[in-house]
Design a protein around this ligand. Sequence first.
Ligand SMILES: Cc1cc2nc3c(=O)[nH]c(=O)nc-3n(C[C@H](O)[C@H](O)[C@H](O)COP(=O)(O)O)c2cc1C
Length: 188
Amino acid sequence: MRILALQASPNEDGLTASMAKEAMEGARSAGAETELVHLRKLRLEACRACEDGWGRCREEGLCIIEDDLETVRDKLAEADGVILCTPVYFGDVAEVVKSCFDRLRRCERAGPGDPRVEGKWVLGIAAAGGGGGGGPTCLVSMERYYAHLGLPTFDQMIVTRRSASYMLPAARSAGERFVRYIEEQMSE
Ligand SMILES: Cc1cc2nc3c(=O)[nH]c(=O)nc-3n(C[C@H](O)[C@H](O)[C@H](O)COP(=O)(O)O)c2cc1C
């Protein structure tokens, strides 16, 4: 069982990173192999909407931009489940999540077929500020990416500075349960 965590905050010891760490620890305790990818350390440019709006993504399922998108795609393809952890910025996902997932959904869903990421289970985590305003709309954006990519959702969590004390242990439990749930689904 392989679990990939995508962490989108620039703060390596911030709330988003801490939630990712706890969820991964939980996944490991259930026997999974885990890998953490700091999306901000990769080169992931925004979609250029090239040609008439559809470019190489529709023709070939590939992006014209030569950066780290295919690296993330390969890692997702190899994983059984993904933990997507983003800070909440302006009630939405972090810019790097948008750069990555906007282009990924074009290549995966609009391309000539044979999507490689479809069917991967996802646990989403949105880390917000004090009161968490914007957390729910961030989860809506995440849900839209899952729908377009064909990723079944295990759960979506919002954590805030105020709820961190009880949501960090919840993230660990969620990571553990995530792995067990995927195992159950695989054995059906
Ligand atoms: C540009 C920017 C926009 C933000 N927008 C929101 C927001 O809409 N709602 C919210 O609750 N917090 C917002 N925040 C606060 C972050 O979501 C919060 O600090 C979060 O915990 C950051 O996670 P980190 O510690 O992992 O970096 C924003 C922060 C930044 C930098």
